[in-house]
Design a protein around this ligand. Structure first.
Ligand SMILES: [Fe+2]
Ligand SMILES: [Fe+2]
Length: 169
């Protein structure tokens, strides 16, 4: 049976891999988005936050005596790149991106809630505080998407009907 400390380390590593995958996905969207400036600005902001999340987790892992091996992280990045390639050709990559972002943010929220509870039990106050800080930024991004999904969808559909080239990205 895994000890509490081992579980915390494993879940910190999982979260680190998740953040690296998020970084790849957000960076690809920020690079390609042209006609949705509000969405692009918010994604760029969260991309910076996401890089911070990965760095914060790496620091927590190292503080607890572990290392961030690149193997698993590279797999995540490859998967994210492939997903981005697939959606590029369907013409609705903006909406597929929103779907992926909404899903990812809620997965991150759940992950950090789990990590906060685990760090609390393990008596690691510093890691708990770091995860609480990250969680607040994930919730803010999820809320923004929640508040803007309807408007982005309407804009996308209207453009697809009138100026398809503008709708795409
Ligand atoms: Fe994150
Ligand atoms: Fe996030």
């Amino acid at each position: 049976m895994a000890s509490l400390d081992e579980r915390l380390m494993q879940w910190l590593r999982d979260a680190h891999a998740m953040e690296e995958q998020a970084e790849t996905s957000l960076a690809a969207q920020a690079r390609r988005l042209e006609n949705y400036p509000d969405l692009r600005t918010r994604i760029e902001r969260h991309l910076e936050e996401t890089r911070g999340h990965a760095a914060t987790l790496a620091a927590a892992i190292e503080r607890r005596g572990g290392g961030t091996s690149g193997v698993k992280d590279m797999t995540g990045k490859t998967v994210a790149t492939f997903q981005n390639l697939v959606t590029m050709f369907a013409g609705d990559e903006v909406m597929k991106g929103c779907l992926a972002n909404y899903t990812l943010e809620h997965m991150e929220i759940a992950s950090y809630k789990i990590l906060i509870a685990t760090a609390e039990l393990a008596g690691d106050i510093q890691t708990r505080a770091a995860c609480e800080h990250i969680l607040a930024e994930e919730i803010a991004m999820a809320d923004w998407l929640d508040q803007n999904l309807e408007q982005i969808t309407r804009l996308y559909l209207r453009r697809e009907e009138l100026v398809p080239d503008l709708a795409k990205k």
